[in-house]
Design a protein around this ligand. Sequence first.
Ligand SMILES: NC(=O)c1ccc[n+]([C@@H]2O[C@H](COP(=O)([O-])OP(=O)(O)OC[C@H]3O[C@@H](n4cnc5c(N)ncnc54)[C@H](O)[C@@H]3O)[C@@H](O)[C@H]2O)c1
Length: 346
Amino acid sequence: MLQSQIFTTDSCNKSAHMKSETPSAGTALVTGGAGFIGSHLVDRLIADSFRVRVADNFSSGRLENLQRHKGERRLEILNADLKNPLMAMEAVRGVDTVFHFAANPEVRVSTTNPETHFNENILATFNLLEAVRKTGVKELIFASSSSVYGEPDTIPVGEDASVKPVSVYGASKAACENLIYAYSRLYGIKAIVLRYANVVGPRLKHGVVYDFIVKLLRSPDSLEILGDGMQLRSYIYVSDAIDATITAWKKTVSAFEVYNVGSEDWVSVNEVADIIMEVMGLKDVKRVYKPVLHGVGWPGDVKQIALSIEKIKALGWRPKMRSREALAEAVRGILADLNIRKGPSS
Ligand SMILES: NC(=O)c1ccc[n+]([C@@H]2O[C@H](COP(=O)([O-])OP(=O)(O)OC[C@H]3O[C@@H](n4cnc5c(N)ncnc54)[C@H](O)[C@@H]3O)[C@@H](O)[C@H]2O)c1
């Protein structure tokens, strides 16, 4: 059952509010807006005077990520699962722009539950696109992933490189991109696909950075590392990712465009562990490696990936932080979320 809810305020007339409240810059739907990246995007859109509707099924999203907007009449929160076509219709009704960030983002889920990525990513995106088509929404921005490239021959990889995902997660994002391209061509929807590198920052609750922090809090003497620790990745701070998203949206004039969004350097998983331990003030932590195949953490994990960001830089955006800075800042933010102050940075 679709519910319109917002904290403790009366929510029944929220759709009406969205149409009649004080003048705003337009109405945006953020699917997955209660999640990590989505909630930071909501913060930005509200700050920029947009009316915002969040559609989220709260599978990993949390209301507390939006708590700062309690009482904000330009924000409507729908408890809506996009796997249900009727809920997808309700979510898009009356909006100008759709930011589609809802998904199951856990790449590792691919190894045991591939149908999760089919349902949460592909089916949900199809339902959303159908709703966009039927209601005549003209603009969609999609959160894709560097995982669509699979194992590129060289890094950094540009947008023209072949799309050869090696996880069902990556394949699901590639499938969504293709659906979006076809809908854009067929139905005149302006669409922007953003292939993000690893995004980190406060509110993050999944992925290697969060996993390492939680493991080290539980057991500060040793750290299990999935893989040989030599896997290379680039990390982008969430505010940089949001700036890139807004820049791509505002500056793209063509009907369909794909951009990589990452930082300009890359670090190994061992270096990620070093940074986390330093911020947490931990020394002499024993590392226990669990490599599979060619040193990755699990089948479908990628040994090295980093993105060329020249295309989006040409729009005038560039990341303010490099991977190491982004990681250290994110660790501080995640520890603060957990109400933990430790180490030299405290
Ligand atoms: N975090 C990263 O490093 C990263 C990198 C590349 C791409 N992405 C993509 O960015 C988006 C946001 O990722 P995140 O890290 O914020 O993850 P997240 O899990 O914090 O956010 C995803 C949100 O989508 C919601 N959701 C999931 N299935 C849904 C459904 N069927 N209907 C409605 N809501 C649903 C969840 O409840 C959650 O709030 C995802 O599409 C993810 O694939 C993330």
